[in-house]
Write a protein that binds this ligand. Structure first.
Ligand SMILES: Cc1cc2nc3c(=O)[nH]c(=O)nc-3n(C[C@H](O)[C@H](O)[C@H](O)COP(=O)(O)O)c2cc1C
Length: 224
């Protein structure tokens, strides 16, 4: 195990969309998730419910989801809105820039909706990853607890970097949440926030690093 500097863990984490089939040992996942349990949460509610899939159950999920894509099955009705229906500035521009970065790297034009959908369908194969985590939250909890989930998931992703692993968080799975539920059998009352592919990066795959807004767009120093 290599212990990364925290800055290095943060800056080397990215949404990796191509993994090798090298297995992720169970003890590594347990080590990461045991440490991630130290993530902060309001009043220490620890509102995350994580399900980790590997091996046959993950293969079954990929197969079932792949079948839904192949038959043009409609998405499950939403349990939460991924984005507002109208994204105002500057979010709209940032999303467009992301689309250009993501699909431009694959040589797909802005207008080629079908090719974009094909590329996006790699979500249902977890981009080839041999492990995946599905993070649920109790339906009764509110916005602050959803933000706790974000902290937990980022902690997981940074710890994965310390283990030489990469990840891709995937809200996309929420549109096939019923298929995920068939495989993980969560108790009633939980909402699937997102999945996360986990594995070793396929370094032969091209990618373009996503950019970030300049600091002054998102941070204001109020100084004396
Ligand atoms: C909550 C969340 C959900 C995401 N869902 C998806 C997804 O479904 N599919 C995907 O390919 N990337 C997904 N991403 C990855 C983002 O596109 C990515 O984090 C963002 O573009 C910044 O790029 P970077 O993570 O490579 O720095 C998601 C990220 C987050 C935080």
């Amino acid at each position: 195990m290599s212990i990364l500097d925290v800055y290095e863990a943060v800056t080397s984490r990215r949404a990796v969309r191509g993994f090798t089939d090298k297995l992720v040992p169970r003890e590594v996942l347990e080590r990461v998730l045991s440490a991630a349990a130290w993530s902060p949460s309001g009043s220490n509610l620890q509102p995350w419910h994580a399900y980790v899939l590997t091996g046959e159950p993950l293969a079954e999920l990929k197969k079932r989801a792949g079948k839904r894509v192949a038959t043009g099955d409609t998405w499950d009705e939403r349990e939460y809105d991924m984005y507002p229906s109208v994204l105002k500035s500057p979010y709209h521009e940032r999303r467009s820039a992301f689309g250009q970065e993501r699909y431009g790297a694959l040589g797909i034009s802005r207008e080629d909706w079908e090719a974009r959908q094909r590329a996006a369908s790699a979500n249902w194969d977890c981009f080839g990853a041999p492990a995946a985590l599905f993070c649920y939250i109790d339906r009764d909890l509110g916005l602050p607890q959803w933000s706790d989930l974000g902290m937990y998931l980022q902690t997981v992703m940074l710890l994965l970097r310390a283990e030489g692993l990469h990840s891709c968080p995937q809200m996309a799975w929420s549109v096939y949440r019923k298929t995920v539920a068939e495989v993980v059998s969560p108790p009633d009352g939980l909402i699937l926030f997102c999945g996360m592919s986990i594995g070793f990066e396929d370094v032969t795959m091209d990618y373009i690093r996503t950019g970030r807004a300049p600091l002054h767009e998102t941070v204001t120093f109020v100084e004396g």
